[in-house]
Design a protein around this ligand. Sequence first.
Ligand SMILES: *Cc1c(COP(=O)(O)O)cnc(C)c1O
Length: 436
Amino acid sequence: MSSGVHAELVCFSASCRERFPITAVLYNCPKCGGLLEARYSGPRPSAAELRDVFRQRRLSNLPLDSSGVWRYRELFPFLDDNAHVVTLREGNTPLLDAPIAAQYGGLDHLTFKHQGFNPTGSFKDNGMTCGASQARRLGMKRVACVSTGNTSASMAAYAAAAGLEALIFLPHGNISFGKLAQALEYGARTLEVEANFDQILALVRVLAERLGIYLLNSMNPFRVEGQKSIIFEMLDQRDWNPPDWIVLPGGNLGNTSAFGKALREAHQLGLIQKMPRLAVIQAEGAAPFYELFHQGGELHAVTHPETLATAIRIGDPVSWPKALNEVCSSRGTVEKVTEQEIADAKAMIGRAGFGCEPASAATLAGIRKLTSAGAIAKNADVVAVLTGNLLKDPDYIYKYHTGKLETPNGSKIRATFGNQSTVVPNDPDRIAALLA
Ligand SMILES: *Cc1c(COP(=O)(O)O)cnc(C)c1O
């Protein structure tokens, strides 16, 4: 269906807008250093045709159709040949109602789009399937990223599935093996460099050019294309009725950029008639985008970002220009929340029967603040995106419920909704008395 569509990379900077072939191996604009994005032109199917095809594919067992990303492939037609696609049947994540969380957030109703149901447990898979497919299309043999978290887990999985070598670069001595466990199991080669994160990013760019390694870090424009599918699938699941608000956590802001682009494109294609508003939630100790949104001017990086929600512990988010544009044009907002607020909201999402990782819980904590301030109405139609799986961070959970969780600067986090196990003797009478 996508035949005749022309795809290219375009510089996002309004004063540049330089264009490049879709097959150029670029991560930033070589002219001005700006972010790049994929743009499409030429004949596109009608909204009615698209809605129909997407729905029919749910009955198909073909790998591309049963992926919750590639099912929507007409909406990111950057590949010339679908034979390049590498898929683990990512996406296909549920929309879940959570009355207990809605009440906690000050809403009549609240729906979660749970990206933790992905193959490696986070939304990074929605983007990585596209990034890895583009790597194959370009004939690359090796892919790399600088990350200790969900990006490396996802990249390692897709590289393995695609037959590519995965290289993960990390600051030496700063490793949490809990987060790296997945990447090691998927067979990624992991290099600890004696340098800090920014130095390593610069180093990896040099190596990527010299050795022909394809970079799959956050600024890769094809990851953003894949993450648009989170929005397309959510809209499809709601029969293309957009909610009033979409709430998500913000770290490097790639997802915010992807959501805004997806909504604009869905609107342009006539798939939706109304634009939802985006609410981005940051952790108080890593909130440069919150400051930018409310103070204006340029982004001031946070030198030592701190939060237990490690997936959003980002001081200098690469995608801020795109994200700012998307939040503003959707008439959205940015909020920040404390460690205690994240921890309590996370426990409430657990009580709904599915749970999430700490960064994801920033959404509910943010909703609670935004409803009590009157920014989101009590009867608003709200979808919050849970970005990662509960099991990503079991240590945090155990500590919270046993009252042992501390903020990065050492203050205690209250176990407001704590739930501890009880030791009992092997005695039916006493256990029965306890349970009476
Ligand atoms: C990557 C990640 C985020 C942050 O997303 P950005 O696109 O960097 O803003 C939030 N939550 C989880 C679980 C993540 O893995």
